[in-house]
Design a protein around this ligand. Structure first.
Ligand code: SF4
Ligand code: MG
Length: 333
């Protein structure tokens, strides 16, 4: 069963200098109970895609889509009440920096109990009970005392646990985690990922994990979507994308993953160059300027998405059966 279905989503920011085409026609879905990783460098459109689906973008953004279905309902047609439900109950969000998402002036208890009271319509005493219960779920010690403390009294890792507690407090169908561990040190990172894996096992919540770190998705997600320049360049099961990657950008991401071999950290190989300017996206493949395999045809025509299996697809001219013919035509023209 599909929980989320996105067909041809396009998001544009209207700024003084022109129009930034942040998301350029992406289609994907998330099954019920599934965890999907969206991977790419910053500026690839990962966060903007999810914020578009939540309709949480600033006024200068416009969203178009052929279809944006959440649990069978078209998000673009939702009224105010349905949107409130979507934000409060159905979808929980966790962001990179818990300090900016938590209000420093209110106790953790206030911030945790408010959404519980509103969305689950519980009394104050019941909400408190539920708040303690979710703090226990995210393994925060002595939750009764912790409820009365302020965000600054928590460490970075503990604050992220609180954010997860808030996000899961109303039993969401979908949890969107946007770089949830990026700001944390490695040991805490591993603990938070363990916690999310655990919660995943206990509930049937679907997870969309947004990250620039392929290693993080490999350990958490069953499917991976790779984004570049506002488009999906490759999509497949974690196994397919890791062991049979087809897109040169995915190859670059895998090469740039830190490898720990025999206790010694190998040097990372970053992908040279920078992402395309989405104010004026390049003609043809957005990755061409950085791709060591680029052909003439790549800078002229966008590669179409090609299926390798029922779950695996990639958009690159290298895989196109008529690439040689297309290349000859471009060179000859
Ligand atoms: Fe490289 Fe061409 Fe494939 Fe783009 S389409 S990734 S430029 S080979
Ligand atoms: Mg982001």
């Amino acid at each position: 069963m599909k929980l989320l279905q996105v067909n041809n989503l396009r998001t544009t920011f209207h700024i003084e200098a022109g129009q930034v085409q942040a998301v350029r026609g992406i289609s994907f879905h998330v099954e019920k109970g599934e965890s999907v990783g969206i991977v790419g460098e910053s500026g690839s459109g990962k966060s903007v895609s999810m914020l578009s689906i939540m309709r949480l973008l600033p006024d200068n953004a416009s969203i178009e889509a052929d279809r944006l279905l959440f649990d069978g309902t078209e998000i673009m047609d939702m009224d105010h009440t349905q949107m409130r439900r979507l934000h409060g109950n159905d979808i929980g969000m966790i962001f990179q920096d818990p300090m900016t998402s938590l209000n420093p002036l209110f106790t953790i208890g206030d911030q945790l109990m408010e959404p519980i009271r509103i969305h689950l319509k519980l009394s104050k005493a019941e909400a408190k009970k539920k708040a303690i219960e979710v703090l226990k779920m995210v393994e925060i010690p002595s939750p009764e005392t912790r409820l009365n403390q302020y965000p600054h009294e928590f460490s970075g890792g503990m604050r992220q646990r609180v954010m997860i507690a808030i996000a899961i407090s109303c039993n969401p169908k979908l949890l969107i985690a946007d770089e949830p561990t990026t700001a944390l040190d490695v040991t805490i990172q591993a603990q938070i990922l363990d916690l999310m894996r655990d919660l995943k096992k206990k509930s049937n919540t679907s997870i969309v994990l947004i990250t620039h770190d392929l290693g993080v998705v490999a350990s958490m997600c069953s499917r991976i979507i790779v984004m570049y320049g506002g488009q999906i360049v490759e999509e497949g099961t974690t196994r397919e994308v890791f062991y049979n990657p087809q897109h040169p950008y995915t190859w670059g991401l895998i090469r740039s993953m830190p490898k720990v071999s025999e206790g010694e950290k190998k040097k990372l190989i970053p992908i040279p160059g920078s992402p395309p300017d989405l104010l004026a996206p390049p003609q043809g493949c957005a990755f061409a300027a950085r791709c060591e395999h680029a052909m003439k045809v790549c800078t002229k025509y966008s590669p179409v998405s090609i299926s390798l299996s029922e779950s695996h697809r990639a958009a690159c001219w290298l895989m196109h059966p008529k690439a040689a013919k297309a290349e000859r035509e471009v060179i000859g023209s």
